[in-house]
Design a protein. Structure first.
Length: 159
């Protein structure tokens, strides 16, 4: 069940997405929070250098696999500006991370791209639970999704 704490972390994800945009990357940002409400990792999209796997959710999965016990991973929450793509959802599932809370959905992003006349990504946009059926997922959140939509418009207008 989402609460103000979740909203605050989603707001941080929006800030990280804005940082990604400022650095020339697509606007995606994510935060990993442990069961004790400690931020363990945060990052944003780094794909502008040409490696399209440099998503923050994928980085979180790699970092968590190395730095957290399986129990800590299962009790953690990943907050993210956009619903995980299939690659990131699979990484999340393979390392056994816990709940996912996202600001905007893959379905919203797909609609926004169509509305802007932008090509869809090369990988299908699927709901997280289509890839990782047993993870708890919450989202989207209208206020944060609206902010992400604006960042997406700015990113694609500048391309």
């Amino acid at each position: 069940m989402s609460n103000q704490v979740d909203i605050n972390y989603l707001d941080r994800c929006v800030e990280l997405a804005a940082e990604a945009l400022e650095s020339g990357n697509p606007p995606f940002g994510s935060v990993l929070v442990d069961a004790n409400d400690n931020v363990r990792y945060e990052g944003h999209n780094l794909t502008a250098g040409g490696d399209s796997t440099q998503h923050p959710e994928f980085a979180i999965a790699r970092w968590a696999a190395t730095n957290m016990t399986p129990e800590e991973r299962a009790e953690s929450t990943v907050y993210t500006s956009g619903e995980h793509c299939p690659m990131c959802a699979a990484a999340h599932g393979w390392v056994g991370l816990g709940r996912i809370v996202y600001a905007s959905s893959s379905e919203q992003l797909s609609t926004w791209l169509d509305d802007m006349g932008v090509a869809q990504p090369p990988v299908a946009t699927l709901p997280i639970n289509s890839v990782v059926p047993n993870v708890t997922v919450e989202g989207p959140f209208p206020e944060q999704a609206e902010a992400i939509q604006l960042l997406q418009k700015q990113y694609h207008a500048g391309r």
